[in-house]
Unconditional design. Structure first.
Ligand SMILES: Cc1cc2nc3c(=O)[nH]c(=O)nc-3n(C[C@H](O)[C@H](O)[C@H](O)COP(=O)(O)OP(=O)(O)OC[C@H]3O[C@@H](n4cnc5c(N)ncnc54)[C@H](O)[C@@H]3O)c2cc1C
Ligand code: FES
Ligand code: FES
Lengths: 775, 487
């Protein structure tokens, strides 16, 4: 196999990463004129700004500018879909962390000095800083949504086996290692270049243009790479980009903003926390016959992507299970907190948490193993295979993965071992759980499912590929490089992926919804197709001119091993380089754009029906944990995962996405807790108290493999999207913890449980069980 | 005799001298910011500025007693520039070697690539340096040791498995690297710097910073600058600069006083120099003071423990300082010195109130002396925190128990952290248990007493209820551990 076809190459930037040569925005060597920007933000969740004084700060030596909303030349608002966010607060602030002033100064220290000299007089107003109050006050941010199938209410009320409850699901801080950053450099007239750590350069470009009051054509946004993003830079990188652009435009000097960690954690939105009310009924064997869920999400102070996220949670409220009668209500509430935003899974995890809880409770009520209840409720292959929103499930892999993982994880044997351990141990309990993931791939906002590419072949035969996707560590550029190399049949070393740049590929969609490779890969492929045809025609003419008796045909021309040849007459061949030169002299364009849109996707929000997803990705995991019932300490003994990546383009990268996604999900399910005080201050605003997993928190035994022989029809190289789905595999840990807690009461008492299951949640839940048992 | 405004160290193999009077740098500029101010040292990253993420990890090498190099990882965001005087500083930029156009990667770098242990790359330089420090210190480390060495670095992308594998792989087939080849030269360079051991005084923009090499210099300078604070590892103090943006007016850096870095046995005591790093103390107590060793294993991270000192943990007198309950349970005595006198302060009267100690302005902590526990004493320490590693305690405890001949409790100390404004003892439970049989019934009553004894707070870490339940449960845990013969 030639290097171009090789599946499993390392991350294309790995060498730069390990040597420290990779350039992030804060590392760009800008000139000595560069100023540091800083944002001054609200200390109140809701208040009137009565007056302020920035005059002393302005006088400080080294301060170049202090801007207020009055200094914004364009529109003072942004927001990705609904423009309901101010770039800088005017006379009222609506969350702690809301930007009021911008400072540009020679150094960060001077910025901090200047900030201390600014005074603001506030009048505190009533604020809603918790979701429960928002729900009570019905403070909806947009009309509620509904998806319904069958007769859920009627079925529920008639059924004799019922459960109901309320589930609290916490938010999550992205904790990308690289905080939000941007460097803006002005040019002639209105021109401005913004180096942004953004998943969505086109939107960043549009918003920079809007706040500056100029047109998109004057703004170039460039994204080399991000130090992690996870959805946190899908819309919220825009703020920092616009702030640096405003300061640069005002001072006519380059301005860099690199948020300090605490500021980043306080200012930016998180994964939405949810309060979910659920009701479900089931048959005697555990088959679900109705589910009614009300998904209430905390949107924060502005719409941002909240409605799309809510929609995705509604579309995942079924997870992998066929529910004949289901009613899903979705509500997003406005609170005085930073606007919550995209985060790997995009609402899917919250939606799934409820149905996973329902299954778990049914199993406990029936005194059966939850694995069994899951299995009988999975979507079927030929029947019971339509989702509540009417999409037919094709190429279902659930049964197959379930069977494989039970064997691989020795589930049944270990279930017995866990039970006997629990009967012998009073103070330590073990828990075991299997959970499935079925995750819909595509943007549910149908028009976003488009991508562009621009490919240049240079005279020396080297190739530069531009596409609309951004690299945030997920290996998108590596996969695109592989796709490009395979399409052109050339050595991968001849290809480079350029920084994502709005002047190369316009009007792109965010790199999100796990769709990066799917859509950009296709766009690159389509560009390659054009180029290959052009080159093939030249080559063909050349071949046929050599010997008129043998006629080569265009459809037989193939690109392989750095050569172009006639597959029927393999002695007719030319090196890729020579063909490129011939094409150049033949006055053929060696640059082409490519475009792709995902076929047949639609979703009608009014009826709640459609085919919102191109396909589904599947996976399952089995986790075993042990808990210390005296301290709430938990440890993951073992996790097994089988995940469906279709026909993987790069197994090494896909395994990395699965492991990383799982561990991120594990953090969300266990230690990552966001607490606010009554005033709306985030208490966990630094890694001192906000605890993402560390090396010691991952499963002691951690077996991950890809589902074999599972090509995905109709996608780039028959692969499947991989970014988001694995995060939800972590539910196996969450429910294994619940299983262990449940063992304290011999599985007779339904434990109080919420997400994340911190040591505190675990310990308090155990206390309740113990006191119930005394009664 | 003093040296003014100048410090010297080796950056890679290059000797560097900084003259503060001629540069923009301040004595409280962190090594992170200093390095990043160089165009070609952008590999050192800032991820948090508070010692919690490890993105800024660098490796320092210093001479040990045998004039060999001791390599250790630190968070450069917590190190003030003058603290690296006399040391070799290594960053990710130093790991690979250039051979003409070819780059020869260090084994740890190769292992990271081969194991797919880098995705976005932002954490990678820090991990590479933690692994490099491990590589220099351990051959074929166990998984536990590897995890301990990496627990001070956060990665949000990879899920750690490939990082752990990379470290194991790199350290299992070691070859001599360029640093080993250059060791003799580096040793000579460092010896040359440390020939002169005169106090270094940096005075600049209303900031005073003194680096001293002897206790007497420290005390003399303290007398002249009564408002000065001492820094041992600065892991507490640096946060005032990086997070609170304070300008600390006056600092005396005692991190280079070699003769306060010891752990040894003297008659009936283990005596511990206040300047010993907690990592060193952890290693040295393993066979002598297991409860101390146990709590230090989960203290901060390797990068933190390599800097932090016992004196600093006492000096910060935090209610959640992990060594304090342990010192209470061991009935330690704190030795403080001024130019005039030496005082021995029993630990119980050392902590006065919230973050206040009995040290007077003219005094410095020099030694902590721990009575050698008699064979019958059972001492065990516990830490409850949200995350296993690199997390400040929610509740911590150290218990010391001794039975009389008739199997009743002769003596018991139940010391807790995180339950009040200072580390405290559960007096009523202690009093109750004295003379009682060590039986579940009595333990349960003592647990009730513990739960009534304290009024802890609810905060970002946990609720009051959680603290109360876990504090009383720790006693039961102690009881169980004893029954299981785990002690
Ligand atoms: C990321 C991180 C994790 C941490 N984890 C933990 C943890 O798990 N458990 C825990 O208890 N703490 C933890 N800490 C807090 C801190 O590391 C410890 O308190 C440490 O022991 C402080 O030691 P130091 O030498 O670095 O202190 P320094 O900052 O040098 O000094 C702290 C204080 O003590 C005074 N002082 C220092 N030495 C002396 C002396 N010889 N005589 C008199 N006064 C002196 C100083 O003047 C100062 O007021 C953590 C800190 C960080 C940043
Ligand atoms: S920057 Fe996070 S530990 Fe130093
Ligand atoms: S590779 Fe992105 S944080 Fe580790």
């Amino acid at each position: 196999m030639s290097k171009s076809q090789s599946q499993n190459i390392a991350h294309e930037n790995a060498i730069n990463h390990v040597t420290g040569n990779s350039v992030f925005i804060n590392d760009i060597l800008s000139n000595t004129q560069t100023l540091i920007g800083r944002v001054v933000y609200s200390k109140y969740a809701h208040a009137k700004i009565l007056s302020y004084d920035i005059s002393e700060a302005k006088k400080l030596k080294g301060v170049s500018a202090i801007l207020t909303y009055k200094d914004i030349p364009g529109k003072n608002n942004f927001g990705p879909i609904v423009h309901d966010e101010l770039c800088l607060a005017e006379d009222e602030v609506i969350f702690i962390g809301q930007a009021i002033f911008l400072i540009a100064a020679e150094t960060e220290e001077i910025c901090i000095e200047a900030e201390k000299l600014i005074t603001i007089e506030y009048e505190k107003l009533d604020a809603i800083v918790d979701l429960e109050t928002a729900i009570k006050k019905n403070n909806l941010i947009a009309p509620e949504r509904k998806i319904e199938v069958g007769q859920a209410e009627v079925t529920f009320s008639k059924s004799k086996n019922k459960i109901e409850g309320r589930l609290y699901v916490g938010g999550q801080e992205h904790w990308y290692l690289e905080t939000q950053s941007s460097l803006a450099i002005t040019g002639e007239n209105n021109e401005i270049i913004v180096h942004s750590s953004s998943q969505n350069p086109t939107e960043t470009q549009i918003l920079v243009a809007e706040v500056l009051g100029i047109q998109s054509k004057d703004v170039v946004v460039e994204v080399k790479r991000m130090g992690g993003a996870f959805g946190g830079k899908e819309t919220q990188a825009n703020h920092v980009a616009c702030w640096s652009a405003l300061l640069a435009n005002h001072t006519k000097r380059p301005v860099k903003i690199h948020l300090f960690r605490d500021d980043d954690q306080k200012i930016t939105g998180k994964r939405h926390r949810f309060i979910i009310d659920y009701k479900a009924s089931y048959e005697n064997n555990g088959k679900i016959d109705s589910v009614i869920v009300e998904l209430n999400s905390d949107a924060g102070s502005a719409t941002d992507l909240s409605m799309s996220i809510l929609e995705r949670s509604m579309l995942h409220a079924d997870n992998s299970y066929f529910v004949p009668n289901m009613k899903i209500i979705g509500k997003a509430f406005k609170t005085n907190l930073p606007s919550n935003t995209a985060f790997r899974g995009f609402g899917g995890p919250q939606g799934m948490a409820a149905i996973e809880t329902i299954i778990d409770r049914i199993a406990r009520a029936l005194k059966k193993d939850a694995a069994e209840i899951r299995f009988i409720n999975y979507y079927g292959i030929n029947k019971n295979n339509t989702t509540p929103y009417g999409q037919l499930i094709e190429y279902n892999q659930l049964q197959k993965i379930h069977e494989q993982i039970l064997i691989k994880s020795e589930y049944l044997k270990r279930r017995k071992e866990v039970d006997s351990f629990n009967s012998e141990n009073e103070f330590f309990k073990k828990g075991l759980a299997i959970t499935p993931v079925k995750f819909g791939i595509s943007f549910t906002t149908a028009f976003l499912n488009q991508a562009g590419a621009l490919v240049h072949i240079y005279k020396d035969g080297s190739v530069q590929v531009n596409h609309g996707g951004t690299e945030m560590g997920q290996g998108l550029h590596t996969k695109i490089k592989q796709i490009a190399a395979a399409e052109l049949g050339i050595n991968i070393e001849k290809i480079s992926i350029a920084s994502t740049n709005t002047s190369k590929v316009p009007n792109t969609s965010p790199t999100a919804a796990s769709s990066g490779t799917d859509i950009n890969g296709m766009a690159v492929k389509n560009a390659m197709k054009k180029l290959k045809l052009r080159i093939a025609e030249i080559v063909l003419a050349d071949f046929n001119s050599q010997n008129a008796k043998v006629i080569s045909k265009i459809e037989d021309i193939i690109f392989e091993n750095d050569q172009i040849l006639d597959s029927k007459n393999p002695e007719r061949k030319i090196s890729f380089e020579d063909a490129v030169m011939k094409s150049y002299f033949g006055q053929v364009s060696l640059s082409a754009t490519g475009f792709y849109k995902t076929p047949e996707i639609f979703f009608d929000r009014a009826t709640g029906k459609g085919k919102p997803f191109h396909y589904f990705a599947y996976g399952m995991s089995v986790s075993e944990v042990i808990i210390d019932i005296l301290t709430g300490y938990q440890k993951i003994i073992r996790t097994d995962i089988i995940h469906d990546a279709g026909k993987s383009i790069n197994e090494r990268i896909d395994l990395g996405q699965i492991e990383g996604g799982f561990v991120q999900g594990l953090g969300w399910c266990t230690t990552e807790e966001l607490k606010y005080d009554k005033e709306g201050n985030l208490l966990n605003h630094s890694p001192d108290t906000y605890k993402i997993p560390s090396a010691n928190d991952i499963p002691e035994i951690f077996n991950v493999e890809l589902l074999k022989d599972a090509p995905n029809p109709n996608t780039i190289r028959q692969s499947k999207a991989i970014g988001e789905p694995p995060l939800m595999l972590a539910f196996s840990v969450w429910l294994a913890i619940k299983d262990a807690i449940s063992a304290v009461g011999n599985h007779k008492i339904e434990p109080d449980f919420s997400l994340p299951a911190t040591n505190e949640v675990i310990l308090l839940s155990i206390e309740n069980i113990l006191s119930d048992m005394k009664k | 005799m003093k040296i003014f405004n100048k410090i010297s160290f080796i950056l890679g193999d290059e000797p560097i001298e900084i003259d503060f009077s001629k540069s923009e740098l301040k004595p409280t500029t962190t090594v992170l910011n200093f390095l990043r101010s160089y165009p070609n040292f952008k590999g050192v990253k800032e991820g948090c500025g508070e010692g919690d993420c490890g993105a800024c990890t660098i490796v320092l090498a210093e001479l040990n007693e045998n004039n060999k190099l001791h390599y250790y990882a630190v968070d450069s965001c917590l190190v003030f520039l003058p603290m690296i005087h006399g040391k070799q500083v290594l960053t990710v930029e130093h790991l690979a070697q250039k051979n003409g156009k070819e780059t020869i990667l260090h084994p740890v770098q190769k292992a990271i690539i081969e194991n797919d242990a880098t995705q976005c790359g932002y954490c990678t330089p820090g991990f590479a340096m933690s692994m490099f420090a491990l590589y220099k210190n351990k051959f074929n480390p166990t998984k536990e040791i590897v995890i301990d060495s990496l627990a001070g670095n956060l990665c949000r992308c990879t899920g750690y498995k490939p990082l752990i594998n990379a470290a194991i792989e790199a350290c299992s087939n070691k070859t001599s690297d360029q640093f080993q080849i250059a060791e003799n030269k580096t040793v000579l360079q460092l010896q040359k710097i440390s020939e002169v051991q005169l106090p270094i005084i940096i005075e600049k923009n209303q900031q005073f910073f003194a680096k001293v090499f002897s206790l007497s210099d420290a005390l003399k300078l303290k007398k002249l600058n009564p408002e000065a604070i001492f820094i041992g590892g600065a892991t507490d103090t640096a946060l005032r600069v990086t997070k609170k943006h304070e300008v600390i007016p006056s600092i005396i850096d005692i991190s280079s006083i070699q003769n306060i870095k010891y752990f040894r046995e003297e008659e009936n005591y283990f005596v511990i120099g206040s300047g010993i790093s907690l990592e060193d103390l952890k290693n040295k107590t393993e066979n002598y003071l297991p409860a101390v060793h146990h709590i230090l294993k989960v203290f901060g991270s390797k990068q933190i423990r390599n800097l932090a000192t016992l004196g600093g943990n006492l000096g910060s007198a935090s209610p959640i300082g992990d060594t304090l309950p342990m010192l209470i349970a061991h009935e330690a005595v704190i030795i403080v010195k001024s130019l005039q006198a030496t005082r021995r302060i029993p630990i119980n009267s050392f902590i006065k109130s919230y973050r206040k100690t009995a040290i007077q302005n003219s005094e410095i902590i020099t030694e902590i002396s721990v009575p050698i526990p008699d064979k019958e004493s059972i001492i065990k320490s516990y830490k409850v925190s949200k995350r296993k590693d690199l997390d400040i305690s929610t509740v911590s405890a150290c218990f010391n128990l001794k039975f009389s001949k008739n199997k009743t409790v002769e003596k018991i100390i139940l010391a807790f952290g995180g339950m009040a404004a200072t580390p405290v003892k559960a007096n009523s439970a202690e009093a109750y248990l004295i003379g009682k049989k060590w039986e579940l019934e009595n333990i349960k009553i003592a647990m009730e007493l513990i739960s009534k004894e304290f009024e802890p707070i609810s905060d970002a870490r946990a609720s009051k209820e959680f603290r109360i339940i876990s504090s009383k449960n720790l006693l039961l845990k102690f009881f169980n551990d004893l029954k299981m013969g785990e002690i």
